[in-house]
Design a protein around this ligand. Structure first.
Ligand code: 13P
Length: 260
């Protein structure tokens, strides 16, 4: 039976590309992608905050059907939080997807499960779609703790969220040891853990939510491995870091259906 879930390929640029570089990259990407691609796949780009307004204007003025994403936000609506950005500010810029709990935010900036959960709920309240990131370290993996870590992060990240909302959101499984290292989980391993994510959602929110939630794999996704990863039944998309900075490489990932 074909999957009811539309694939979502997202480019997380992290702290790369100023707004001039961002405009160029999205323009090049739009020259490479075709209507067939947009019919088959949802595509999002997640530039740094300083680029978002420029990319919003470009996408709208040229009618480019790429969704705008953000990498992070705060969970409060407003207040004395120097340096932070509120969900409603992103929604005003027509941001569709917001990443919550990326491992770099968890590890470098001390975000814990409770904060990530507050962000997920704040993003939903602002009528955007969270991309909740989960994943294990190499030590946790070697100790056989992958399933517990990932299912614990899914449960904690989605605590208090309604099952209809869970059905519409995105979970990204990103093994930390595969991020930016050139090491990718094998398609079988990635599938196994994505199936654990889906089973956790089923257990907590029911079979309908689990069947509808989209699960991305992230961690050194490249044009050469995207096809094998996307062929897995519980992998509905990719959260791409390094390879999304280059429009040609990212377009080849979006076009995984054609083979590379
Ligand atoms: P890489 O594709 O560079 O490994 O990054 C993955 C990632 O963290 C995307 O959010």
């Amino acid at each position: 039976m074909p999957s009811p879930r539309r694939p979502l390929i997202s480019g997380n640029w992290k702290m790369h590309h100023n707004h001039f570089e961002a405009i160029q990259t999205v323009q090049k990407l739009s020259y490479r992608l075709t209507n067939d691609d947009y019919e088959a796949v949802d595509v999002s780009v997640h530039p740094p905050f300083t680029d978002i307004r420029s990319i919003q204007t470009l996408l709208q003025s040229e009618n480019i059907p790429i969704a705008l994403g953000a990498q992070h936000c705060h969970f409060e609506e407003k207040g004395a939080f120097t340096g932070e950005v509120a969900p409603s500010m992103l929604a005003k810029l027509d941001v569709t997807y917001v990443i919550a709990g990326h491992s770099e935010r968890r590890e470098v900036f001390g975000e814990d499960d409770e904060m990530v959960n507050k962000k997920v709920r704040a993003i939903l309240k602002a009528e955007m779609t969270p991309i909740l990131c989960v994943g294990e370290t190499l030590d946790e993996r070697d100790a056989g703790g992958t399933d517990d870590k990932v299912s614990g992060q899914v449960r904690a990240g989605l605590a208090g969220v309604k099952k209809e909302q869970v059905a519409g959101l995105v979970i990204a499984y990103e093994p930390i040891w595969a991020i930016g290292t050139g090491r990718t989980a094998t398609p079988d391993d990635a599938q196994t853990t994505c199936a654990v994510v889906r089973a956790t959602v089923a257990d907590a929110f029911g079979a309908d939510a689990a069947a509808a939630v989209r699960i991305q794999y992230g961690g050194s996704v490249k044009p050469g491995n995207a096809g094998d990863l996307m062929a897995q039944p519980d992998i509905d998309g990719a959260l791409v870091g390094g390879a999304s900075l280059d429009a040609d490489e990212f377009a080849r990932i979006v076009q995984w259906r054609m083979g590379d």
